[in-house]
Write a protein that binds this ligand. Structure first.
Ligand SMILES: Cc1cc2nc3c(=O)[nH]c(=O)nc-3n(C[C@H](O)[C@H](O)[C@H](O)COP(=O)(O)OP(=O)(O)OC[C@H]3O[C@@H](n4cnc5c(N)ncnc54)[C@H](O)[C@@H]3O)c2cc1C
Length: 165
């Protein structure tokens, strides 16, 4: 899904990806054929099993890289509720708005259904305070979507993928 953070995405370093389709045929996609976009690629539309990726990395200074990693790690610790289980950032950024900011402005921080709660630390995360069920998380997602659409007329999309029913 072209994961990314701090202004960089996986697409920046991918050269090609080798896959197997569901009939067992091998196919290699070049970067251009991978149709990368914000949290999307060809793999969001077509079903393949990725078996290999060719990445191009730049040589750098070990100390500088270590420091940068530490800096990013600390930023996450400070801004994200990583002390609780969650599925990560729940909603995609909008075209002309920052979803987490809208959720915060709408006063939805801390909104809970059972043990599923909109994090008070970062409103883009739904955390599990203890024994949240998938049903509670899904219900909370629906409430947030409804609330934002009614209040701001904006449709928000999920970044996470829902599997099962
Ligand atoms: C606390 C937290 C913070 C996060 N922060 C960010 C962030 O800043 N930016 C961001 O982009 N994401 C973020 N995420 C999401 C995270 O990047 C993704 O959840 C992760 O990349 C998924 O990889 P996985 O191996 O854990 O998951 P998996 O569930 O194994 O896989 C994720 C998807 O890829 C598919 N898949 C897995 N393996 C293959 C394969 N071999 N071939 C084809 N398809 C495959 C699965 O079917 C599924 O659809 C965060 C998540 C958490 C929990």
């Amino acid at each position: 899904m072209n994961a990314g953070a701090h202004g960089k995405e996986i697409k920046d370093i991918v050269k090609s990806v080798k896959c197997i389709d569901y009939n067992g045929n091998e196919k290699t996609f070049t970067k251009e054929e991978l149709e990368f976009g914000y949290r999307t690629s060809i793999f969001k539309k077509e079903k393949y099993i990725i078996v290999e990726a060719n990445l191009e990395l730049n040589k750098g200074n070990q100390e500088e890289i270590k420091n940068k990693m530490e800096q990013y790690k600390n930023y996450r610790k400070e801004k994200q509720p990583i002390e609780y289980p969650s599925a990560g950032s729940t909603f995609k950024r909008g075209e002309d708005f920052i979803t987490a900011k809208l959720i915060e402005e709408a006063g939805l921080k801390g909104l809970s259904i059972g043990d599923a709660m909109i994090s008070t630390k970062h409103s883009g995360f739904i955390i599990n305070k203890g024994n949240a069920t998938a049903e509670e998380v899904l219900e909370l997602i629906e409430q947030v979507k409804d609330n934002i659409e009614k209040k701001y007329g904006k449709k928000i999309e999920l970044e996470i993928e829902i599997v099962g029913e």
